[in-house]
Write a protein that binds this ligand. Structure first.
Ligand SMILES: C[S@@+](CC[C@H](N)C(=O)[O-])C[C@H]1O[C@@H](n2cnc3c(N)ncnc32)[C@H](O)[C@@H]1O
Length: 248
């Protein structure tokens, strides 16, 4: 079956249906998956974990960013055995999303990066950010490194630093969300830039409002999304059909 919606100009495609049927039928190899599956932690009708989806995901890519909670990843760990964990990121939000009144207020989610095969064969672009407080004369040749050893290499300050593993990005609360767990473009953008080269292909098998597709387009990547609910597919198409200016 063909896509529910597509925009050949920007290389976006949305499929409406169960990812367990659609993903294997796509017959594609993508650069990476960036996805936010149902965590199975709420009473929302769609919030049910599709058994076996991480194994299915290996059909289309060897690199995957996956949102989730610590509880979700621990509960579902046996389903990720086809993947190797490279790193985890914490998305810090401005307000809480937890439901328990007898625990710390949960203001973060995890994003884990998984890969298969040889790490060097998996695209990963070192994530850097510009710094504005440059220090002078901080080359560290001859200074002890963190192990106490004195090295001979000289570190040159090029005005950038690695992105931090804790990323503070406001969630979509009071920002016109069209999905109850919509992810902001600001957290998706660095994940996509890290794992997918410009012009490459991103897949999101749990597309919701189409946020991953939107972020992919804004960073010059192509994307294929799959979403089971038709109302969310309609909302995603409305969003993706609207003119979106590239991110500054
Ligand atoms: C956590 S939400 C994703 C939200 C999305 N990241 C966004 O920013 O809008 C998970 C989505 O997966 C969809 N879903 C659940 N089971 C599915 C399945 N078997 N196949 C495809 N989509 C499914 C749900 O309807 C829901 O919209």
């Amino acid at each position: 079956m063909g896509p529910y919606w597509e925009d050949p100009d920007s290389g976006l495609q949305l499929h409406c249906g169960d990812m367990r049927e659609i993903l294997p039928a796509l017959g594609i190899q993508a650069d990476c998956i960036v996805t936010d599956p149902p965590y199975a932690e709420t009473s929302l009708e769609w919030d049910r974990w599709p058994d076996g989806w991480p194994a299915l995901a290996t059909i289309v890519a060897s690199s995957m960013w996956c949102f989730g909670s610590m509880r979700m990843f621990l509960d579902r760990a046996p389903e990720f055995t086809d993947w190797k964990l490279s790193q985890d990121i914490v998305w810090e939000k401005q307000n809480g999303s937890g439901f328990a009144t007898d625990r710390f207020k949960r203001v973060h989610e995890h994003v884990t990066h998984w890969y298969r095969g040889d790490w060097n064969a998996v695209h990963h672009e070192t994530p850097k950010t510009e710094v504005h407080h440059r220090t002078k004369g901080n080359a560290r040749g001859g200074q002890p490194d963190h192990t106490g050893r004195r090295g001979t290499s000289v570190w040159e300050d090029d005005g950038t630093r690695l992105l931090r593993t804790v990323q503070r990005v406001p969630n979509m609360w009071r920002r016109g969300a069209i999905h109850p767990t919509e992810k902001p473009l600001g957290i998706l953008d660095p994940l996509i830039r890290y794992a997918c080269p410009p012009g490459g292909l991103v897949v999101d098998p749990f597309a919701g409002s189409g946020s991953t597709l939107d972020a992919a387009r804004q960073s010059g990547r192509r994307a294929i999304g799959i979403e089971a609910r038709e109302d969310y597919c309609e909302a995603a198409v409305r969003r993706l059909s609207a003119l979106t200016l590239p991110a500054a």
